[in-house]
Design a protein around this ligand. Structure first.
Ligand code: ADP
Length: 955
């Protein structure tokens, strides 16, 4: 783009360069010197000189050597000042009469007897100098010499004129250059100042003010205005004004853009400045403007279009007090200002746009930041109540002055989760809102939003909250805006988020509404997720607890099973396991036999010191039924739960004497006692104690668990106690039988001896018929009685573990043969024939007497239950080196369900009235055989007979 100011300077440059070239031609001085020299020689003189005036009126001289300069100057001035005497050339002689006295002196100074002088005239006609030809001798000059001298005078005139012209041109050029330099300097200074000012100007108004404040004094204007094209392009609007009153400005504040008759429009439309130098000028060119002009103090105007890249931005106008001619320099300067102004305005416009965009981006950034921060908060925690409060805190400040979150609880009632203030101290409106209880039953903006699921945005007054204020007469209603958005998740409205901006803040916009909805959607989703997750977790925890409870119960069952029926072991297991599962300490008390007191039977605590203290305090005081924690639980048959109790409470209640020292020592405890019940009968209590500070207090679940443990414990205790009682009874019976057996044995032995003697005597005497048979019968009866007593004594021995084997080399076949032989008489009496197959010796190391007892027992049973049928006895070596004894009868047989039982003590299958016996024989046989490492079994079909098989290892 061309810069007019620079063009002007360039033109001046060009001109001065031309002058310099011109000056390179022979200078006027050189020409005059030559002229002087030539003029002298042309008339036969040695010397000549020329004296002339320069443009400034200074006298200059050029002479051949030897002429006195002062004399020349005096001569020249005299001749130039004197009215030109005619005719010319002048010729003066010293000797001439009438020669002016001054001239005579001058001629003397020049050493001239005669002096030829010729005026040198410029082209314009004036005399500018004198050409002098002094002659030392008096002489005259021929017409030819005169003509030649005249020619040189003319030449000198030309040279002087040219010199003068060159000089004046140079002076002009220098002046022009100086002016241009000054203008450039001024321009630069102005431009610099303007640029600097524009650099500081951020808005178009700033730019307008800057250009006027600098430009008006710089161009000597009275005032100025800057107009810009309006945003829609249809008008021009005043941006800034300097030096013009309100009245003058009123009509030009805003003008239609299309005003063809006006100079400003003309300038803007053509993109060229319009210079109005006077009222007349205006009248001639813009008559419509004259009316305006005549009301103004200004007589001249400059209208400068503000353009950037062919776009018209507006107009810069300067008004001048006087009609004037705008010099090139002024025009250049003003156009430069307009150009700078236009660029600065464009910059300001771009800056304003950029700033607006930046603000917009910042606002968007803040929104995104809010959402992002909220997202981070919401995704981080399952403690959603506190998270929601944090989100509300985030929203307060940048986005809102006040924020509340209301939430529908499980019963459908709105609960206020949080209220956040930006400035709690300015909470007139806030208090109103807070006191505005959000209940579903009472219609409000919030309940409306929750009900419809649609957000509400209200600007201006905040109706529901200001109603009270409005009601108060004379008080100004509070302004501001509020925004309520539903908290929605999975098509369900969970509550609402409310935001309020005070009257000082800009009201909420639709963009704010969508941001709030976005925030609420995220919050709602996070709440819902957290709730679902919490539910899932609590279900999981519940099932885990159930599993743990079950595992504890299974563990207890297993341990109780392992403890078996041993009561101390059972009690120990219960106390330890309950202590491990439930709490720190466990106290198990059983009802004493008198039924009035409880007796602590087991106390456990993992800490020995605590166990000692607990045991000490519990044992120290026997607890009466209905008294204290345990006594109460037992008498009521109900669990007692004290989740958190300290020593003071315990003392005050008076119901916990057994725990006082413990509470005193270990601080607040959680206590739980359940009664131990079997078949509706309470017989004891099971209590646990847990340190509240260290663990968590007992609750319902713990109570259920302890009740389950208590049920198991009660059963196990009951079983163990019953078993203990039964075992005791059996022991007493065995003791009794043993004592009885011994007590009977002695008199029976004496009796049997007497009967034997009696039988012998009866056989010898045989006086009374039948006496011998009766005595024999008595003998057999006593034998049987003896066998029964032996059985009883053996049973006692076996039970007491006193059955001792005395092994020796025994042939089972021989032993069986002998025993059968000894019993043959008794067997024969039953009618059963014994078929004995025991031919092969079957030796082994056994207790002979005890094996005889086994064989005898089996044979007598076969006879007893054999219905007089033959009995087969077989003794043989077994397959694997064992000895085998088989006794087979064809008697009544044994029912399948009785076949195992008959080997137990006192167990009988047969009818007791028909077949007498104690039910001990087979049990004793089994004990003897098993103590030899063998075994006995029976195969039988009822009504067909039984086969008993004994297998014995040889060693
Ligand atoms: P007891 O014969 O004194 O009753 P045991 O111990 O010898 O006692 O026998 C137990 C029970 O086994 C008998 O009461 C009887 O019912 C049954 N029993 C034993 N031996 C036979 C058998 N050979 N035939 C049928 N029943 C038998």
């Amino acid at each position: 783009m061309q810069v007019p100011g620079s063009n002007f300077v360039a033109a001046v440059e060009r001109m001065s360069r031309a002058l310099e070239q011109l000056a390179l031609a022979p200078s006027a001085m050189a020409v005059l010197q030559e002229v002087v020299r030539c003029a002298a020689s042309s008339v036969g003189l040695e010397r000549a000189a020329i004296v002339w005036l320069d443009v400034d009126g200074r006298l200059l001289a050029q002479a051949t050597p030897g002429l006195c300069p002062e004399a020349l100057a005096t001569c020249g001035r005299r001749l130039l000042d004197t009215p030109t005497p005619e005719p010319v050339p002048w010729l003066f002689h010293q000797t001439e009469r009438g020669l002016a006295p001054g001239l005579s002196g001058v001629m003397d100074g020049l050493g001239a007897a005669s002096l030829l002088a010729l005026p040198v005239r410029a082209a314009g006609g004036g005399t500018v100098g004198v050409l002098l030809g002094p002659s030392p001798e008096p002489r005259g000059f021929s017409p030819e010499e005169m003509r030649r001298f005249t020619l040189y005078a003319q030449l000198a005139g030309l040279a002087i004129e040219r010199g003068r012209w060159v000089e004046s041109a140079r002076t002009s050029a220098l002046q022009a250059r100086a002016e241009a330099e000054q203008a450039e300097l001024l321009r630069l200074i102005s431009v610099q100042a303007v640029t600097e000012a524009f650099g500081r100007a951020l808005t178009r108004e700033d730019v307008g003010r800057a250009v006027l404040e600098l430009g008006v004094p710089a161009v000597g204007a009275l005032g100025g205005t800057v107009h810009q094209v309006s945003a829609n392009g249809g008008a021009v609007e005043l941006v800034a004004a300097v030096g013009a009153g309100e009245q003058a400005l009123a009509p030009v504040r805003s003008m239609p853009r299309e005003m063809p008759e006006m100079p400003g429009f003309d300038a803007a439309a053509r993109g060229m400045p319009v210079w109005l130098e006077s009222l007349e000028d205006a009248r001639a060119r813009y008559p419509a403007f004259v009316a305006y002009m005549s009301r103004q103090p200004c007589q001249a105007f400059a209208f400068l279009p503000l353009r950037v890249e062919q776009r018209s931005l507006g107009l810069l106008t300067f008004g001048f007090a006087q009609a004037r001619h705008f010099t090139e320099l002024e025009r250049t300067l003003m156009m430069g200002l307009a150009r700078q102004c236009a660029q600065a305005m464009e910059r300001a416009r771009l800056y304003e746009n950029e700033r607006a965009a930046r603000l917009q981006a910042e606002a968007a950034g803040q929104r995104l930041q809010l959402l992002a921060d909220a997202g981070v908060l919401l995704s981080g925690s399952l403690e959603w109540e506190s998270t929601v409060a944090s989100v509300a805190r985030l929203a307060v400040g940048g986005f809102s002055d006040w924020c509340a979150v209301d939430f529908l609880d499980d019963h459908g009632a709105l609960r206020r989760l949080t209220v956040q203030h930006v400035r709690p101290e300015r909470s007139l409106m806030h208090d109103k809102i807070e006191s505005y209880s959000p209940e579903r039953a009472r219609p409000s903006a919030i309940t409306e939003v929750v009900r419809t699921g649609r957000s509400q945005l209200v600007t201006g007054l905040v109706p529901p909250f200001t109603r009270e204020v409005e009601a108060r007469p004379g008080e100004q209603a509070v302004g501001g805006s509020f925004l309520i958005v539903p908290l929605v998740a999975r098509q369900r409205t969970l509550g609402a988020m409310s935001f309020v901006r005070g009257p000082e803040s800009p009201p909420f916009t639709d963009a704010d509404r969508s941001l709030a909805e976005d925030l609420a959607a995220r919050t709602g989703m996070a709440i819902d997720n957290a709730r679902l997750l919490r539910k899932a977790r609590s279900a999981e925890a519940e099932s885990r607890r159930n599993a743990a409870r079950l595992r504890s119960l299974v563990d207890v069952d297993k341990l109780l099973a392992e403890a078996g029926l041993d009561l101390p072991a059972v009690l120990d297991v219960i106390a330890r396991k309950v202590s491990e599962v439930m709490g720190d300490g466990c106290v198990l008390q059983l009802m004493a036999e008198d039924g009035a007191f409880l007796e602590p039977v087991t106390i456990h605590h993992p800490e020995p010191e605590a166990r000692w203290l607990l045991a000490g305090t519990v044992h120290a005081r026997r607890q009466k039924l209905g008294e204290g924690l345990h006594g109460g639980a037992v008498s009521n048959g109900r669990a007692v739960l004290l989740p958190d109790i300290d020593v003071e409470e315990a003392r005050a209640s008076g119901g916990l004497p057994e725990y006082l020292p413990y509470l005193d020592r270990y601080g607040p405890q959680s206590l739980l006692v359940v009664p131990l019940t079997v078949k509706g009968r309470v017989f004891g209590s099971l209590g646990v104690v847990r340190d509240v500070a260290g663990g968590r207090p007992f609750g319902e679940e713990d109570q259920m668990l302890l009740q389950s443990l208590g049920e198991r414990a009660a059963l196990a205790i009951e079983d163990a106690r019953l078993y203990g009682a039964a075992t005791e009874a059996v022991r007493l019976r065995d003791d009794f039988l043993s004592v009885a057996g011994h007590e009977l044995k002695t008199p029976l032995s004496a009796l049997r001896l007497q009967i034997q003697m009696l039988a012998r005597t009866a056989r010898e005497v045989a006086t009374t018929p039948g006496l011998a048979q009766r005595v024999e019968k008595a003998e057999r009866t006593s034998e049987r009685l003896g066998a029964l007593i032996d059985e009883l004594l053996d049973a006692g021995r076996i039970t007491a573990g006193r059955l001792k084997l005395e092994r020796e080399e025994v042939d089972l076949a021989a032993l069986t043969r002998d025993t059968a032989g000894r019993m043959s008489e008794a067997l024969a009496r039953t009618g059963s024939e014994v078929k004995l197959v025991a031919d092969v010796p079957v030796p082994g190391r056994w207790d002979r007497v005890r094996l005889e007892q086994v064989v005898g027992n089996l044979l007598s049973n076969a006879a007893k239950y054999g219905r007089g049928q033959p009995v087969e006895v077989l003794v043989e070596p077994g397959l694997d080196g064992r000895a085998r004894l088989v006794v087979k009868d064809n008697g009544i047989g044994i029912a399948p369900e009785d076949q195992a039982r008959i080997f137990e003590r006192f167990e009988r299958a047969a009818n007791g009235q028909q077949f007498n016996g104690l039910g001990l024989g087979l049990w004793i046989c089994r004990e003897i055989i098993e103590s030899h490492g063998g075994h006995i079994l029976v195969r039988s079909t009822p009504g067909e007979g039984s086969t008993f098989t004994v297998e014995l290892p040889r060693e």
